[in-house]
Every structure is written in structure tokens, then in C-alpha cells.
Write a protein that binds this ligand. Structure first.
Ligand SMILES: [Fe+2]
Length: 200
């Protein structure tokens, strides 16, 4: 096979890699746009809003990179790596979990997705480094995107205790309300137990 053919194949493969990152951003933006509607915590809402703006820039960078190596930027969306629960488990979750617990669960899903994005960028950057030549030009824009993804992961990690602290009183009071009247003792110390299990 001639050198020109090999380069063409490499370009095609790399355009495919970049388009899969783009499809991930396309799907991620759609998810964040629906997440921002449902989040009740002000800080989280603002951070998601900020990440939507960042992701739109990521999308543009990737579109330019795909075009620059002769590919066509995709408008498709990948299926995001979100947990898929067995039906009986999901039914139980829907029955037992409050709105606030779902809010925490969704923050957990946010972190899973953002971590996956970091992973995907990292792997493509490593391939670009290995391929060398003109592929090296993609490293800077890809690294900028990856940096934003990592900041989003770090933000969720750092702020998850505060999210939990803000949502916990509502989760606790929903449990108190659903417990039997004999358990609603007014002398219950708030710091007695951080565990969600009610004392019997
Ligand atoms: Fe992201």
C-alpha cells in the first residue's frame, strides 16, 4: 500500500475518532440542557449552565478539527454511558426515592458522564501524540476540551457534600412523615445518626 493511501486511512480513522468525541458532546449538551431545567440547587444550576457554554465551544472546536482533516462533522449523538438498572430495581427506586434523592442520583450520573468524557479525550490525545505529524495540531484544542471536562468532574466531586447537606433535611423529613406516628418522637437528636435508617 502506498504512503498516500496509508495517510488517507489514518486521516479517516482520526476523523472518526474526532466525530465520536463530537457525537459525545452533541449528546452531552442535549442532556445538560434538560438537567439545567430540573436542578433545584442554585450553585449546581449555574455550574451546569457554565458547562453548557463550555460544551458549545468544545463542539465548535471538534467541528473545525474534523473539517480540517477532510472529514464531515457529525450531528449525531452517542448513547451516553449512563447506568441501566434492571427493571425490578428501577421500580423500587421509583417507589422509594424522593425528588431530592433523584437529584443526588442525577448528580452522580453527571459525574459518571463527565468522567467518561475525560477518558475519551485522554485516549484520543494519546493517539494523536503517537501518530505525530499534523495530528499533533489537534492536541491543544483536545486538551482544552479535556481540561473543562476535568473541571466539571472536580466541581461535582468538591460540591457533592454541600449538595447532600442541602438536600438531606428534605429527604429526612420525607422519611419522618412516612414513618408510623409512634416513631415521631420530638426528642430525636439531629446529630444522633447520619444514617438514613430509622431507629426502631
Ligand atoms: Fe462535559
Amino acid at each position: 500500500m502506498s504512503k498516500i493511501n496509508l495517510t488517507q486511512i489514518m486521516m479517516q480513522k482520526f476523523a472518526l475518532e474526532l466525530n465520536s468525541l463530537l457525537a459525545m458532546e452533541n449528546a452531552g449538551i442535549e442532556r445538560l440542557q434538560s438537567r439545567v431545567q430540573e436542578v433545584s440547587l442554585t450553585d449546581a444550576k449555574q455550574r451546569i449552565q457554565h458547562h453548557i457554554a463550555e460544551s458549545l465551544v468544545h463542539q465548535e472546536r471538534l467541528q473545525q478539527l474534523v473539517s480540517s482533516i477532510g472529514g464531515t462533522p457529525t450531528q449525531d449523538k452517542i448513547g451516553l454511558p449512563l447506568p441501566s438498572y434492571p427493571k425490578p430495581m428501577l421500580d423500587m427506586m421509583n417507589m422509594l426515592m424522593t425528588k431530592e434523592e433523584w437529584e443526588l442520583k442525577n448528580a452522580e450520573f453527571d459525574m459518571i458522564v463527565e468522567n467518561a468524557e475525560v477518558t475519551c479525550y485522554l485516549m484520543v490525545i494519546q493517539k494523536a501524540q503517537m501518530a505525530g505529524g499534523e495530528f499533533l495540531n489537534t492536541i491543544e484544542p483536545l486538551s482544552l476540551n479535556m481540561k473543562d471536562e476535568q473541571s466539571m468532574v472536580d466541581w461535582i466531586r468538591t460540591n457533592s457534600p454541600a449538595m447532600l447537606a442541602q438536600l438531606w433535611p428534605k429527604i429526612q423529613s420525607a422519611m419522618d412523615a412516612s414513618s408510623s406516628p409512634s416513631l415521631s418522637s420530638p426528642s430525636q437528636s439531629p446529630e444522633s445518626s447520619p444514617s438514613p435508617t430509622l431507629s426502631q
